[in-house]
Design a protein around this ligand. Structure first.
Ligand SMILES: Cc1cc2nc3c(=O)[nH]c(=O)nc-3n(C[C@H](O)[C@H](O)[C@H](O)COP(=O)(O)OP(=O)(O)OC[C@H]3O[C@@H](n4cnc5c(N)ncnc54)[C@H](O)[C@@H]3O)c2cc1C
Length: 416
């Protein structure tokens, strides 16, 4: 069923009785050409591009819970391509371009909203660093504008400009950045893959791998054994646990990241704003809630909930840059499990086990990467070669001394 304005009108006039489920609920088959572990954004987008761009439809996505139960349904919805390093910027710009055509491509309203992403700077050195980053973005075909304090004030008059400790000196603005409705992205990709014949199997946990002579032959699941020519692991925060079942140890730690939503307010915040002197980012949802977050909790955990010290830290960051927020009430908060890599950058690569491919290490930036991640992983599966924009995302980069350390924080997963 194709969604359109005419369809909405027709269904409205006929009692809304003709809508079909957005995807089937198939039982797992004994074997597939490709099995994808994890029905989050990256697993579903990989299935979507495999089936829609590369013509590979004999695919199953195995999800241990329900679609959207992981980070794809828990993030603060920010999309952007404002990266500095050569290994990252073209990849994230590819993702931005895919976001721009996504809703037409998978015929689903994902509320992609290019309302702009503004990174505030608070010192001369930080402004110089943003100028450098903006130039790198422009060189890879992205958009970037360096604003002075007056430019920021014109856009966001409600910010704290008189704070002597964190003076706002300007900001780096990417107007094409913005937000998208996170769970609709999962549903849109699921529906688009299902339409091409991909089996999306929920409540199916992968519990082991069948490996013969160093080659993966299939997976063991809570719903029986499934054979596969190629297995792709897209388990995000559970990557280390899942691939340990194949005897692999990853350069990844799992950490909790929390998100917060306030009561609904009248339209106040024009786009996404990030505080440059601490870790705080905020946008406003179409329902009016302020959606914000900050640092990870800073300890290893697989819990999908966080602790109070970070709540305090996030609120302090908010008050330092936007004191008016002190009058809003927080309605909800939750946590997700982040696959924090050692250099803050992801992996899309083969593993030492033949025909077992790994997609992970997304830290807390994997939502914006969802389209390019799926596209590049599908490219690797279908052609056997990494996509040109993802050649740096190799598992052996630490051994080769080639980390992609966007923040310059060193081998500290809790600092990226
Ligand atoms: C609070 C928060 C805020 C964030 N904000 C942003 C943001 O603003 N912008 C941004 O770009 N990124 C953001 N992120 C990061 C982003 O959400 C993640 O990097 C990204 O969603 C991870 O990829 P995914 O969608 O595939 O993960 P997930 O949705 O977590 O998918 C992985 C799936 O694997 C499944 N799984 C695990 N083990 C098994 C198994 N054994 N068998 C079968 N299935 C299994 C899980 O159930 C899960 O559904 C944020 C994350 C959080 C938690």
């Amino acid at each position: 069923m194709k969604y359109s304005a005419a369809q909405i009108l027709w269904q409205g006039l006929t009692g809304n009785k003709g809508w079909k489920p957005a995807w089937r609920d198939p039982a797992p088959k004994p074997s597939y050409r490709v099995v994808i572990i994890g029905g989050g954004g990256h697993g579903l987008s990989t299935a979507y591009y495999l089936s829609n761009e590369f013509g590979i439809t004999d695919v199953a996505v195995l999800e241990k819970g329900w679609l959207g139960s992981g980070n794809i349904g828990r993030n603060t919805t920010i999309i952007r391509s404002n990266y500095l390093l050569e290994g990252n910027q073209p990849f994230y710009e590819l993702s931005m371009k895919l976001w721009e055509g996504l809703e037409q491509s998978f015929n689903y309203n994902a509320m992609v909203s290019q309302r702009g992403v503004l990174n505030l700077c608070h010192s001369d050195g930080q402004r110089d660093a943003y100028a450098r980053r903006g130039n790198a973005m422009i060189l890879s075909g992205a958009d970037a504008e360096l604003l002075d304090a007056a430019g920021v004030r014109a856009l966001c008059p409600f910010l704290e400009f008189e704070n002597a400790r964190f003076p706002i000196k300007g900001g780096l603005l990417q107007r094409r950045g913005g937000t998208a409705r996170h769970d609709a992205v999962a549903w849109g990709y699921a529906r688009g893959a299902d339409r091409r014949g991909v089996d999306i199997i929920q409540n199916c946990e992968v519990t082991g791998f069948d490996i013969e002579n160093g080659t993966v032959k299939g997976v063991q699941t809570s719903r029986g054994a499934i054979k596969a020519d190629i297995v792709v692991c897209c388990a995000a925060g559970s990557s280390s646990r899942v691939l340990s079942l194949a005897g692999l140890r990853l350069p990844i730690e799992s950490h909790v990241l929390q998100a917060f939503v306030s009561e609904g307010l009248k339209p106040t915040i024009p786009g996404v704003i990030t505080f440059g002197a601490g870790h705080f980012y905020i946008s406003q949802s179409d329902k009016g809630g302020l959606v914000f977050g900050g640092d990870i909790d800073g300890y290893n955990s697989y819990a999908q909930r966080g602790n109070l010290p970070v709540v305090e830290d996030v609120c302090e960051g908010a008050m330092a840059v936007m004191p008016m927020i002190g009058r809003a009430r927080v309605l909800r908060n939750w946590g997700g499990v982040m696959d924090m890599s050692m250099d803050g950058s992801p992996f899309i690569d083969r593993t030492p086990v033949d025909n077992l491919i790994f997609n992970g290490g997304w830290c807390y930036g994997g939502f914006k990467a969802t389209p390019a991640s799926g596209f590049c992983t599908a490219h690797l599966v279908a052609t056997g070669n990494p996509h040109p924009t993802a050649t740096a995302y190799r598992l052996d980069r630490f051994r080769r001394g080639a980390p992609i350390d966007e923040k310059g924080a060193g081998a500290q997963p809790n600092l990226h």
